[in-house]
Design a protein around this ligand. Structure first.
Ligand SMILES: [Zn+2]
Length: 59
């Protein structure tokens, strides 16, 4: 079986739901868990861009 798990780029936690966002000087999308998303949002308010929610299980 293929696992469709992703890790949070900040804290490396594996989560079935991650939030796609871009921040800082990175041109690439990063996947963050909810607590890290909140931190990043507060820290990188100016450059922060939300790109949607990623889910392990697609319907
Ligand atoms: Zn995290």
């Amino acid at each position: 079986m293929r696992t469709r798990e992703k890790m949070c780029v900040q804290c490396s936690v594996v989560s079935p739901v991650l939030y796609r966002c871009r921040y800082g000087d990175s041109p690439e999308w990063q996947f963050l868990c909810e607590p890290c998303l909140t931190t990043v949002k507060a820290k990188h308010g100016e450059s922060y861009q939300y790109g949607g929610t990623w889910k392990a299980k697609k319907r």
